[in-house]
Design a protein. Structure first.
Length: 276
């Protein structure tokens, strides 16, 4: 799905589907992604070790398949938003936002790049552009770009409404690992404290017509997110889906062999991935 279509779908309440690219790098994966039915991907540069060229190559590969390519930046420095746009990204996910200033600075950078210096600061602080012509030019240039705000801590969840209101937000992202850790219940994604936080964030976002993205890792937890109202659906990652696919299919084959030949040494599947 191209970014204009994805933004249109989200505005009308239509769910969209994607996952995180955290491990795959080779251009040979294009044949896999081509048949994936993905609407979008989020290319991880917060926890993933991707240089600017690899990000640009991955963005180009996804776009050639009509998959919207969003880059998760390393942090809330607007410089990384500019770098993602220079790599050709269709949008950014800025992680772990906690202040209005962080959100506005990054969102304005997405909406005004390559404006920089004093006039960029003026737009951030007062909304003043060099001219009306400049404003119209930048609006047209960035009309399809997507800005997703990371809400991944209790302080952010406590004033998420104000954070959404301070800038032109296209989506709100919740990272379960960071959020549950901040709530004092690491990885307890079924804990009522976490569920109540999801309800609060989704509720505040829905009031403003902004979709919520929750990066859950399993079908049951993603189902819970959808049932709570998430419609910017980011399920698992390339590594997570590959790991579980291998585990599930080999488990089925081991059962076939067991049924035919008798006892087969059991192998316990383990989750060997860090969830980020």
């Amino acid at each position: 799905m191209k970014p204009a279509a994805l933004k249109s779908a989200l505005r009308t309440g239509t769910p969209v589907f994607g996952f995180m690219i955290s491990s795959t790098a080779s251009m040979r994966w294009g044949r896999v992604f081509a048949g994936s039915t993905l609407d979008f991907v989020v290319i991880d540069s917060e926890h993933g070790s991707r240089d600017r060229q690899l990000i640009a190559d991955t963005v180009q590969q996804m776009q050639s398949l009509d998959i919207t390519a969003i880059v998760r930046t390393p942090n809330t420095d607007p410089v990384f938003v500019a770098m993602a746009l220079d790599a050709g990204a269709d949008g950014v996910l800025v992680p772990y936002c906690e202040t209005l200033e962080e959100v506005r600075a990054c969102c304005v950078k997405l909406r005004t790049h390559p404006l920089k210096g004093e006039y960029y600061e003026r737009v951030v602080e007062t909304g003043e552009y060099p001219s009306e012509k400049s404003r119209q030019y930048l609006d047209a240039r960035h009309k399809d770009h997507i800005f997703i705000m990371g809400v991944e801590s209790k302080p952010a969840a406590d004033h998420v409404g104000d954070m959404i209101d301070c800038a032109d937000i296209d989506g709100v992202f919740i990272g379960p690992n960071d959020m549950t850790t901040s709530l004092g219940i690491p990885d307890e994604v079924e804990n009522p404290i976490y569920i109540d936080t999801l309800k609060k964030v989704i509720g505040e976002a829905d009031k403003r017509g902004v979709p919520t993205m929750i990066h859950q890792q399993t079908i049951p937890t993603s189902t819970t997110a959808i049932e709570l109202g998430a419609r910017f659906i980011m399920h698992s990652s390339d590594a997570g889906i590959l790991l579980r696919g291998v585990q599930e299919e080999l488990a089925q084959l081991r059962q076939v062999v067991k049924d035919k030949y008798g006892d087969v040494a059991s192998v316990k599947a383990e989750d060997t991935l860090d969830v980020v």
